[in-house]
Design a protein around this ligand. Sequence first.
Ligand SMILES: O=C(O)C[C@H]1C=CC(=O)O1
Length: 96
Amino acid sequence: MLFHVKMTVNLPLDMDPAKAATLKADEKELAQRLQREGSWRHLWRIAGHYANYSVFDLPSVEALHDTLMQLPLFPYMDIEIDGLCRHPSSIHSDDR
Ligand SMILES: O=C(O)C[C@H]1C=CC(=O)O1
């Protein structure tokens, strides 16, 4: 199943810079592992915002929920999710 996910990060302004740096480094490591494994298909910065648009390929809504909850920055994110299905006018034969 494909999911379009918008993540907006809101780190507290008074967060210890070392803690913020650790959270971002841990987030990057996990995000890159999930991309290499294929479940995090796309990761795009939204220009001008500390936010991203992502596409996840996961077997269920529960798997998406569990994946998002693992993210080190999850406690500081607003997350919006849309489920995706094939458009009848799409010319692509697979979902990539
Ligand atoms: O920077 C972000 O958009 C938040 C998060 C998503 C991947 C990552 O490395 O950080």
